[in-house]
Design a protein around this ligand. Structure first.
Ligand code: SER
Length: 625
């Protein structure tokens, strides 16, 4: 069955059960500052899960485009992609477990014909506040028993594995769902609830567990060997986080999400999700471009999977108007395309190929996503342009590599760093080219150089961006924290185009330059002052965390991002004003510090001057009284 057929059958199934089928929302979340991308089907539903009335009613279904940037590095195995479609159905205070579980079972086993013998489920074990989900267990037992399967429920234990069970109890790390994860990580006001996940067993015959690195441990549904694949999750979303625990939402919701290509993989009986029909024409094109078959070696399979996923994701992202750049969401599109080009090189492809693969995806998906066809020219142009830009970088780097190599007969860690810092030439490519010459690049030396350079540029950036602090006196540090809040308040009042262009702080005043074309009105100045003073009065805690670039971006930090460091997974310092765990941070900014520990000590914030700094840049001077 093709993914088109599965998607159509799913939507029809729920339409017949009173659901309105709604179109997929954009990959760029609307009015949701908590995240950069739509990463699950429920994200656009949050206001309605919390009780707002949805214009289309209380039963909804869709197939939602999703992108998970945090999975970029995971891609390459047989079950991860950054882009995927999530089938979803929602009850907004209407039906609950009694309907959802039998419907899901019917859809999977009858409508699309998965063998119930290969289905396993998990349920919430309960914790101090919320009880064990015996209700869901009872319903699962009944649906299995209706098809002649006696479903035993067992408490999952790592040591004992399956224990002959079909229904497994897990704790909140596995069977609780909220956008922020486990109950303790949820900010106040966030909805969540216990869930019941469904797994497909590819069976013992394929020997998946036995051939994996986990072979010495007992296998189980959540085992990382890949024998079991999670194909869907029924979230029973009836709770909301409060200051000291949970309260019931005004309504009991169902939030179901199922991975479309994963369901197709289960139907194929092939644990490799890249064997699903949507990837086939692109895969064949890659095989012919590289004159290698997908299966020829684990390395080739992995490289092809990375390209297959990344180009598909980039195609859909550009289709939602996210263009390659160094900033915000655009950065991820750039990264996807560049990684695809690099993996293309590994496959020995030496012509431009990214837009060709993109066009195959457009052809594949245009029936269900008309906008891709409408925007085809622009999408292909962006893919080709980014590939060309990066190819030029690579070419320059290669030439320099060869020059250095012919002079010295080798490439040291320092040389590799020069190639990297001057030409943007990735370390992996220096390593590969050296290996072709029977040589080896010392990565330890490379990393040392990298760190040295980073320390230097950090102190530089601290000066430039933490505002050229005149000193670290109390008054200066207070104004520094006020500068972060001012930055955020300007973005709130004037818009997200506001970016720091310069900062200079003495113990008497702060001076902050930012991108904004017009003079601020008196009302805008007042609104910014009020916002900052409100945050001061809240006495918010200030803390920093060391995060990877990826994490910092995911969490919505603003400020300086040095994207050429990103590939190395290095850590940057991000200051948070206000704790995310208790009501959200007011400001999150990449910065070297120092800052005050809590905002209450700042006093009263006052803007003393607003003037032009240069074309398109305004300057604010402000004091703490
Ligand atoms: N919210 C759940 C998930 O993303 C089900 O839709 O898995």
């Amino acid at each position: 069955m093709t993914i088109h057929e599965i998607r159509t059958k799913y939507l029809k199934f729920f339409e017949e059960r009173g659901h309105v089928v709604i179109p997929s929302a954009s990959l760029l979340p609307e009015n949701d500052p908590t995240t950069l991308f739509t990463g699950s089907g429920m994200q656009p539903m949050v206001p309605y899960l919390l009780g707002e009335a949805h214009p289309q009613g209380v039963r909804l279904a869709d197939s939602q485009k999703c992108f998970r940037s945090q999975d970029i590095e995971e891609v390459g195995d047989n079950r991860h992609t950054t882009f995927f479609e999530m089938l979803g159905n929602w009850s907004l205070g209407d039906y609950f477990k009694e309907e959802q579980i039998p419907w899901m079972f019917e859809f999977l086993t009858q409508t699309i014909g998965l063998d119930p013998q290969n289905l396993y489920v998990t349920v919430f074990r309960g914790n101090a506040q919320i009880s064990k989900d015996e209700e869901a267990v009872g319903i699962w037992k009944k649906v299995f028993s209706d098809v002649g399967i006696e479903a035993l429920d067992v408490d999952f234990s790592e040591r004992d594995g399956m224990q002959g069970g079909r229904i497994f109890y897990y704790d909140e790390t596995k069977n609780w769902w909220s956008r922020s994860g486990t109950p303790d990580k949820m900010p106040v006001g966030e909805p969540g609830g216990p869930d019941s996940e469904m797994f497909w067993d590819f069976g013992m015959d394929l020997g998946i567990h036995e051939r994996s690195e986990f072979k010495d441990l007992p296998c189980h549904v959540n085992c990382d060997c890949g024998r079991f694949l999670e194909i869907g999750n029924n979230v029973f979303m009836e709770y909301k986080k409060t200051e000291d625990g949970f309260e019931r939402l005004p309504q009991k919701n169902v939030d179901f999400g199922g991975g479309l290509i994963r369901i197709a993989a289960a139907l194929n009986g092939n644990p490799d999700i890249f064997a699903v029909d949507a990837f086939q024409t692109a895969k064949e094109a890659l095989e012919s471009l590289s004159s290698a078959s997908y299966e020829s070696s684990p390395e080739i399979t992995r490289s092809m999977r990375v390209i297959l996923d990344h180009v598909c994701a980039a195609t859909f992202l550009i289709g939602d108007d996210v263009f390659p750049s160094n900033k915000d969401q655009g950065y991820f599109v750039r990264r996807l395309i560049r990684r695809a080009v690099r993996f293309g090189k590994k496959l020995g492809i030496d012509t431009a190929f990214v837009s060709e693969i993109g066009s195959l995806y457009i052809r594949e998906y245009q029936k269900d996503y008309v906008h891709l066809k409408q925007k085809e020219d622009r999408i292909l142009e962006e893919l080709a342009r980014e590939e060309e830009k990066f190819s030029k970088t690579l070419l320059k780097g290669e030439r320099e590599f060869e020059k250095m190599f012919s002079q010295k007969g080798k490439i040291s860690g320092e040389d590799a760093f020069i190639l990297y810092s001057t030409y943007g030439f990735p370390i992996e490519l220096s390593e590969e080219m050296a290996e072709e010459q029977g040589q080896h690049v010392d990565r330890t030396i490379f990393m040392e150089e990298f760190r040295k350079h980073q320390d230097l540029s950090r102190s530089g950036s601290t000066q430039k961006f933490a505002g050229g602090l005149a000193d670290h006196s109390d008054a200066t540090v207070k104004l520094h924290t006020a500068t972060h809040m001012l930055h955020q308040a300007l973005r709130t009042v004037l818009g997200e185009h506001v970016e720091q262009k310069g900062s200079n702080i003495t113990s008497d005043r702060l001076r902050f330059d930012f991108s904004h074309a017009e003079k601020m009105t008196q009302e805008q100045i007042q609104a910014v002052e009020d916002l900052v003073n409100q945050q001061i009065e809240k006495d918010l805690l200030v803390h920093f965390e060391m995060l990877s670039l990826e994490q910092a971006k995911e969490r919505g930090a603003i400020g300086l991002f040095e994207d050429k460091y990103s590939e190395l997974g290095d850590q940057i310092k991000v200051y948070f004003i206000g704790d995310e765990a208790t009501g959200g941070s007011y400001s999150k900014e990449v910065c070297g510090g120092p800052h005050v520990e809590h905002t209450g000590i700042l006093g009263h914030f006052k803007i003393s001057k607003e003037e032009s700094a240069s074309s398109g840049v305004r300057r604010i001077k402000a004091v703490l009284e």
